[in-house]
Design a protein around this ligand. Sequence first.
Ligand code: PAF
Length: 282
Amino acid sequence: MKIIAATQEIKKVLTSLKSSHKTIGLVPTMGALHKGHLSLVEKSIAENDVTVVSIFVNPTQFDNKEDLENYPSTLEKDLKLLEKTGCDFIFTPDSNEVYDHQIVSEHFSFDGLEHEMEGRHRKNHFDGVGTIVSKLFDITKPTRAYFGEKDFQQLQIIKKLVNIKQLNIQIVGCKICREQDGLAMSSRNIRLSDEHRKAAPFIHQTLQEVKQKAASFSFPELSDWVKNKFEKQTLLELEYFEIAEEKSLQTVKIKKENEPYRAFIAVFAGPIRLIDNIALSI
Ligand code: PAF
């Protein structure tokens, strides 16, 4: 496993591997790795000749300075975990180099996907994600790139990005990895207080109940039911709950049979913001 920080160096190594017809799998991360990330790395290793994991806390996708400053950083531990997976390269760029000393986002239009849910609550977030992911794609020129379904809106936006820019990259979405009690794995979980950590599985439990009720309740009824449940919860504050169509991510009020719908949720557990989602069958 080789750790490379210089953009030109990783470009050179990967260009040479690509010219000898090696397939390249990219797993973009912001570090503080957990089993969810490692499952993406393992999938990439199984499907490609070469796997690159990038570790970069991207400043432009944070709308909140405090969130950026508090984002967990566990590089030494991350490298130990990655060593065990057998991945080939770790790319740890410097922000000035990757942003060429101008830490600003490009502006994107993702056919409206960027205005839904997370886009409404995290200003310019998807411009930041689009900017860094475009840069990483340009530097590493992957055959495939791997993203978790916990950030389902991000996954759809990156598929759209590849489509808009006509990039020959296969975007692979991977199932959400959960703790034993159902909490979706996230780098932010390690910042939860003990009491918030104990309360947090309520989020997935609620989504599971939504899934059970989806066929017999209307979507507005389900939204009210979820809001009610969270009002009785003192430790968790609901930011949004929405049922949306999987591809357009547009909120659905009147359901149709056999449409691919998903329920999305964002919750504050104290200062920590957690998101989750679940596919619904109607
Ligand atoms: O999902 C993440 O960790 C980040 O949004 C990503 C895709 C690595 C871009 O910074």
